[in-house]
Design a protein around this ligand. Structure first.
Ligand code: ADP
Ligand code: MG
Length: 436
């Protein structure tokens, strides 16, 4: 009965505020009645002040209504034990399926700056009138700059208008599905499906690199769709004709509509993004902190988001009176360190070839001498262990090796590392050299 009443109280907020805000602030509250008092436990002081400022007035009215308790008997109290509950909750929240996140990508929550204005405007234009202007619409740029956000903004806005048959697929899945249908003798069905789209959205097309059969099929699919004025929307990490391993005919087809770049955000845009996103998360950072983050993290928006998440979690679970630069530096220690030691595959290749006294061109060649194979396999393994690249991407850096070759190299080096002391020693020296 008690909890049922409490549920009724909080249901009010459930309807009134965004779910993320509800989960963050209302759900962790724990009520208890002792004698005549109604206590609400909160995890820390910061949390308590926040509740007091934003929700307490309404909570008092609701508690009076459902529990018949006078507002002077309603008290907020800190109880550290409940931290665990909200922490666990956050983990669950992170596991939430990605679809929900993607639904939130809209034009209205895309922050516009010099770096993405043209991309935004063209995407918006297409969402108003698909198939009639820029076809294909080719959006390219480095990771974390908002390509998927804009694609989903188009998709979500068209779906809201009940637009039918929007097919969205990641290139990787397109390849997998095609291979499967070739195996199952159902390639005709596959072709028909993609050619029936009114809008075909395909993400990260660089994945088609060196996959000739897929490229051919895709070429005819988009040819067919463009003929029928069906909109094609594509993203990639670089300009169509700069893509490695994509045949020329497809490249020029991809570039025959409108190709727009999203650049890394300028400082002003980074500041704008940080202010807007921190407010969305209910954290209010002094301007000099925003400025500090904008000055230190320049590469992409996804990184700015992770930084704000980290700060939010810290402020929520620790008592801080003042948000100082030093505090932020402490919170962001990991981010600042990773930044210092950014390791790339090219750097690994350079250091490994120097270490083994072989030419970089030899390391990347197809030569099969033992003195070259071993360093090459070590370089592949280091790339797998120290960067976020996939096996296939690593293979591409090594003169178009397949992902199985890279996988084989990693397994082999792991085995050797455990039984061959010289290899172990060299591997560790290389690790040290790379982390300088
Ligand atoms: P990409 O597809 O280019 O790798 P995403 O679209 O996945 O990048 O963007 C990464 C994150 O940054 C997403 O959460 C997205 O909402 C956010 N983001 C990127 N650009 C902007 C922007 N201009 N305004 C608001 N959020 C953005
Ligand atoms: Mg993306």
């Amino acid at each position: 009965m008690f909890y049922l009443k409490w549920k009724k109280c909080i249901n009010y907020f459930k309807k009134k505020i965004p779910q993320s805000e509800f989960n963050m602030w209302i759900r962790p509250l724990q009520p208890k009645i002792k004698k005549k008092n109604f206590f609400l436990y909160t995890p820390n002081n910061f949390f308590l002040l926040w509740i007091k400022e934003k929700y307490l007035k309404k909570i008092k009215i609701l508690v009076k209504k459902y529990f018949n308790i006078k507002s002077s008997h309603i008290k907020l109290i800190i109880n550290k034990k409940i931290i665990q509950i909200s922490k666990n909750y956050n983990i669950k929240k992170n596991e939430n399926n990605q679809e929900n996140v993607l639904k939130k990508y809209k034009f209205k929550n895309f922050i516009i700056g010099k770096s993405n204005k043209l991309a935004y405007q063209s995407a918006y234009h297409i969402a108003q009138n698909p198939g009639n202007f820029y076809n294909p619409f080719f959006l390219y740029g480095k990771t974390g700059l908002g390509k998927t956000h804009l694609l989903y903004a188009i998709k979500n806005s068209l779906e809201k208008k009940k637009y039918q048959k929007i097919i969205y697929i990641k290139s990787e899945h397109f390849v997998q599905k095609m291979v499967k249908s070739l195996k199952n003798n159902s390639i005709e069905k596959f072709k028909k499906y993609y050619r029936s789209a009114n809008i075909l959205i395909i993400e990260d097309i660089q994945f088609f690199s060196y996959k000739n059969r897929t490229q051919e099929e895709f070429f005819y699919t988009i040819y067919d769709l463009i003929e029928k004025n069906k909109q094609i929307i594509i993203t990639s990490n670089c300009y169509p004709t700069k893509m490695k391993g994509i045949n020329e005919r497809l490249q020029s087809r991809l570039d025959s509509g409108l190709s727009v770049c999203i650049n890394t955000p300028t400082k002003n845009t980074r500041i704008k993004i940080l202010i807007k996103k921190s407010h969305e998360k209910n954290i209010f950072l002094p301007y000099r902190i925003i400025y500090f983050i904008a000055n230190n993290f320049k590469s992409n928006v996804r990184e700015l988001e992770s930084i704000l998440n980290k700060i939010q979690a810290n402020l929520l679970f620790n008592k801080h009176k003042n948000i100082t630069i030093n505090l932020i530096k402490k919170i962001l220690k990991d981010f600042l360190q990773v930044k210092k030691k950014k390791i790339t595959i090219k750097k690994i290749q350079k250091i490994v070839s120097k270490h083994y006294n072989i030419k970089l061109s030899e390391l990347l060649s197809i030569k099969k001498n033992k003195s070259i194979i071993l360093p090459r396999q070590i370089a592949m393994t280091l790339s797998k262990n120290l960067t976020k690249h996939s096996l296939q991407e690593i293979g591409n850096f090594f003169n178009k090796k397949t992902h199985t070759t890279v996988l084989y190299a990693c397994k082999k080096i792991k085995k050797l590392y455990n039984k061959n002391l010289i290899i172990q020693k060299n591997y560790n020296i290389l690790l040290k050299k790379l982390s300088v």
